[in-house]
Design a protein around this ligand. Structure first.
Ligand SMILES: Cc1ncc(COP(=O)(O)O)c(C=O)c1O
Length: 482
């Protein structure tokens, strides 16, 4: 900025009227300290000449800056930068500012304890949660989406989810899970994970007790812990949650995976289901039934969902399409007790209004026309073949060095290592990793490390041939530790 007075380079941004451009450029120079408090600005006439603009323009810019308090003084007697504190504050970073809320402070802690998804880029990775790929399903789904995208989307209250999808889910639950639900009891959500956060919002205040199985699903544990709940682990055995160990003082919520205890694999026995429902009704607490992979049961018919036995309307049932369709679909559903229904719909609305309706419409049509259950039959057959290949490979290459637990369902199984302590098991996992085999320990799923080390073996992302090869590598790793 030449002329009498200070010299500062002014860059006009070319946007809008020139007086406004000049005002912005001068403000920026004042705010970032290039024009300090008390600095005399050049006379408007000189500035106009130097910037090749009319004096009316420079006068208008100075007037604007004067009106906003950036400069003081008068035309004729000189204009000076006002005494304002202009030292720019250092930009905040996640670490330099205090956590914005108690929720976030807790969330940071639980996030730091996230079960590590180590082992990227391995030849064979038995990571639980890696998805099964379905090329045929992808084609069908693309067609369903294209079809649904041309539909006019219904108006009205959408928080609860598309009626056509809720109707299909009710029909499916009645036939396959023994659950009698009405469409008005169903809420469409974006994954089971949202069921945890909505349930926490609807039911839990900070410090409220939530009973969880030991071991348990980290997604639920993290969501409830971040919300400020007091987590109360209760042991499980071959029949699932040990109901006789439930606390005397009523918790607010009990989170369970009755069809396929996560991750140990046990099935909650009928007697325990009845005991748990009785406890919930006597103690006036709520039970959350996470039925995450009940579709995949290989050697026996599944027990009906616990919700089907619930005559006191205390069970919040959750099912997901993540396992059956695509993990990235992010659609799941809840069947909520009537007393809580309106609150759940409100919580969903406040959280994200509603789930994408095109995907909901596509899924409703896919279910209605039978494509969904055809896919389910196909996927179950394929998964059973993978499960069998893994068991056969374990028998052949690991023999009695491992004990296979509850493998009749789902997408993973548990193998306990015989004669190992945790340190040796970690060394084995590292050794396998170096040889391209991703193994994953059981202990991070526990509140308290179990006495013996085990592995959680996710098998749905590898073919039967790859699983056979993976077990060969596993056998060689075990040999090295014998
Ligand atoms: C116990 C359990 N519940 C639920 C889910 C599915 O969660 P979402 O529906 O959020 O994908 C999983 C997936 O890993 C799980 O292991």
């Amino acid at each position: 900025m030449p002329g009498e007075g200070v010299t500062v380079f002014l860059e006009l941004d070319g946007q809008g009227p020139r007086y406004a451009q000049l005002t912005r450029a001068l403000k920026a120079a004042i705010l970032d300290g290039r024009l300090g408090a008390g600095t005399r600005l050049p006379p408007t006439r000189a500035l106009a000449r130097d910037l090749e603009m009319s004096r009316i323009t420079t006068l208008a810019a100075y007037e604007q800056l004067r009106a906003e308090g950036f400069i003081e003084g008068h035309v004729g007697s000189g204009s000076y930068v006002a005494a304002i504190e202009t030292k720019p504050a250092p930009p905040p970073s996640a670490r330099t500012i205090a956590a914005p809320s108690r929720y976030m402070r807790r969330a940071r802690i639980v996030q730091d304890r996230t079960i590590g998804l180590r082992h990227h880029g391995l030849r064979y990775n038995l990571q639980y949660g890696n998805p099964q790929t379905h090329p045929a399903l992808s084609d069908l789904w693309a067609r369903e989406l294209a079809r649904a995208a041309t539909y006019p989307q219904p108006g009205g209250s959408r928080a609860q989810g598309l009626l056509s999808l809720r109707e299909q889910i009710c029909d499916y639950l009645a036939r396959r899970r023994g659950v009698q639900a009405r469409p008005e009891d169903v809420l469409i959500i974006s994954g089971t994970q949202q069921a945890f956060t909505l349930t926490a919002r609807v039911l839990l205040d900070e410090g409220d007790a939530v009973v969880m199985e030991e071991p348990t699903y980290f997604g639920a544990r993290q969501a409830f812990a971040a919300h400020g709940a007091k987590l109360v682990p209760i042991r499980t055995d071959a029949e699932g949650l040990v109901c006789s160990a439930l606390p005397r003082k009523a918790p607010r919520l009990i989170y369970v995976t009755p069809s396929h205890q996560f991750p140990s694999g046990s099935v909650l026995s009928l007697q325990r289901r009845l005991d748990l429902l009785r406890y919930a009704s006597d103690h006036r607490c709520w039970v959350m039934e996470d039925d995450y992979d009940s579709e995949f049961r290989y050697d026996s018919r599944p027990l009906a969902a616990m919700r089907s036995l619930d005559h006191s309307d205390r069970v919040i049932y959750v099912g997901t399409f993540s396992k059956v369709m695509f993990g990235s679909l992010r659609l799941a559903y809840m069947v909520v007790p009537s007393a809580l229904r309106d609150d759940f719909v409100t919580a969903k609305y406040l959280s994200d209004f509603f789930c994408p309706t095109i995907e909901q419409a596509a899924l409703a049509h896919f279910m209605e026309t039978g494509g969904f259950e055809r896919h389910l039959r196909h996927a179950t057959k394929e998964l059973k073949a993978r499960r069998d290949a893994l068991i056969e490979g374990l028998h052949r290459h690991a023999g009695d060095r491992v004990e296979i637990a509850n493998s009749q369902a789902g997408m993973h199984m548990v193998a306990w290592l015989r004669g190992y302590d945790h340190a040796r098991a970690e060394a084995l996992i590292d050794y396998a990793h170096e040889r391209g085999l991703g193994l994953h320990p059981m202990w991070p799923h526990y509140f308290k490390r179990p006495a013996r080390p085990g592995l959680i073996l996710g098998y749905c992302a590898l073919s039967t041939v790859e699983l056979g090869e993976a077990m060969q590598v596993f056998g060689r790793c075990l040999d090295a530790f014998d």
